[in-house]
Design a protein around this ligand. Structure first.
Ligand code: IPD
Ligand code: CA
Ligand code: CA
Length: 447
């Protein structure tokens, strides 16, 4: 039995608002990504009705004979045009569809069968990822003539084998892309391997420095080392290449104002005073902002190797495992704070607030890295964290970690609006502690 590959270029993409086949994922269209999954098949067909969709190399273009009948019309036209005996169907809005899935399904087809249909772990059948033999043509024609466009109904009358996808291929091939939010999630997740590799390399640079040249910056006890600069130079080079056209805001350089464009907001070493003292409690903090809001956050602690990752709408993780904020009630909360060391004028207010927390909660901590404090609130090791002023690179990644992990991230001062383009006060807490923490902070600051 000879098998070919049928790429369905999709219908009207109405919820997406733009043809799904042409969406860009990591520098390639969804269409060419799925086309690659069919590379091993000698005959390859593109089912297409939209003239704006190009034909991938090696594919024959086939338009519907029965127009506006949905996937059934595409399948019918392709089987009619095909010279092979059966077609393995791949929908172009299933971005994680793979060559392995196509090969596995093709291997399940045999003489005497009309179709092979994959089933997910819940027993749901996915007819748009099936394998269909030419023997389906009479039934397809009859259903189309009768105006019956439901593939599953037609399959009831045929000889069909249902197969469960093997674990090695996984269930994610069944995910499909319908809305702009689905697309954003896919686009951002595609950045993860590259971004994690960059963060680990930044960590390696930090660990590789035996001694540091320390320079005093503007303000009280504000230092920069040769490590901060080397890591920032590396990130400045590496990150914008991950997202072509993206801007970059980093602690150790002159920055333009934040715009709506994709922008990396980074702190090469959060916890420089710790680094100078070899306290081994510092982190690389990287956030990607779109429309002035963090959409990805990553905090990496090179000594422990702990890597905190978050994508908007995708939950927060520590070394690949989901994390949540704690459930501790306020009286038993462990409260971290920052002393805003470069703003001596805030010292008294910071310590007054810390004292108020010490009197009402379990205890207080001052670690020396805002990014790690926020990551620790996100994973529930700390319950509350506050600092009266921080820069966006200190909190951009941590803010998203906390909120995606179920916590609250609040600007407790002024108009309380969280702004990622300027300095602001920060209060992060598990959801149960947030209101009491805010009240304590407000009271301490009003004295
Ligand atoms: C500092 C640390 C510290 C916090 C300061 C930050 P840096 O960052 O996060 O914990 O209290 O406000 O500026 O200067 O080490 O990158
Ligand atoms: Ca910092
Ligand atoms: Ca820093």
């Amino acid at each position: 039995m000879t098998l070919g590959f049928l790429l369905m270029s999709g219908g009207h993409s109405s919820r997406m608002g733009t043809p799904k086949a042409l969406l860009d994922i990591g520098g390639e269209t969804l269409l060419s990504r799925i086309a690659r999954a069919g590379a091993a098949f000698p005959e390859r067909i593109l089912s297409v009705n939209d003239p704006s969709i190009p034909t991938p190399e090696g594919f024959a273009r086939v338009e519907d004979v029965y127009t506006d009948c949905g996937p059934m019309g595409g399948l019918h036209a392709a089987l009619k045009a095909a010279s092979c005996d059966a077609l393995v169907v791949a929908p172009c809005d299933s971005p994680l569809y793979s060559a392995e899935a196509a090969a596995f399904l093709a291997a399940q087809m045999e003489e005497g069968l009309d179709a092979v249909l994959p089933e997910d772990a819940d027993g749901r059948v996915h007819p748009l990822m099936g394998v269909y033999a030419k023997s389906c043509l009479p039934a397809l024609g009859a259903h189309l003539d009768a105006g019956k466009f439901k593939l599953m109904r037609m399959l009831d009358t045929l000889n069909v084998r249902r197969v469960r996808m093997p674990e090695a291929i996984g269930e994610r091939i069944f995910e499909n892309l319908n809305t702009p939010e689905d697309y954003r999630a896919l686009r951002l997740d595609a950045l993860r391997p590259g971004l994690e590799a960059i963060a680990r390399e930044a960590g390696r640079i930090i660990l590789s420095f035996g001694s540091y040249d320390v320079e005093q910056k503007e303000g009280h006890a504000n230092f920069v080392t040769s490590v901060d600069k080397a890591v920032e130079d590396y990130l400045f080079d590496a990150l914008p290449r991950l997202v072509p056209g993206s801007a970059f805001i980093g602690e150790e350089q002159e920055n333009d104002a934040l715009t709506d464009a994709p922008t990396w907001v980074i702190d090469p070493v959060d916890g420089t005073t710790n680094l100078i003292h070899d306290c081994r409690w510092s982190a690389v903090s990287i956030a990607l902002l779109e429309n002035k809001t963090p959409v990805i956050g990553l905090v990496y602690q090179p000594w422990s190797g702990e890597l905190f990752w978050v994508r908007i709408g995708g939950g927060a993780q520590l070394n690949g495992q989901p994390i949540r904020t704690s459930q501790h009630p306020f009286p038993t909360a462990l409260v971290a704070f920052g002393t805003s060391p470069y703003h001596a004028d805030l010292a008294e207010a910071s310590l007054r607030a810390a004292l108020a927390f010490l009197q009402r909660c379990a205890d207080i901590r001052r670690g020396g890295s805002a990014a790690l404090d926020l990551a620790y609130v996100a994973c529930g090791r700390l319950d509350v964290y506050f600092e009266l002023t921080l820069k966006p690179w200190d909190f951009a990644a941590g803010a998203l970690l906390v909120t995606e992990a179920g916590g609250r991230f609040i600007n407790p001062l002024g108009d309380q609006v969280v702004r990622f383009g300027s300095s602001q006060g920060v209060l992060a807490a598990n959801a149960g502690c947030a209101q009491e923490a805010l009240a304590v902070l407000e009271e301490a600051l009003s004295q």
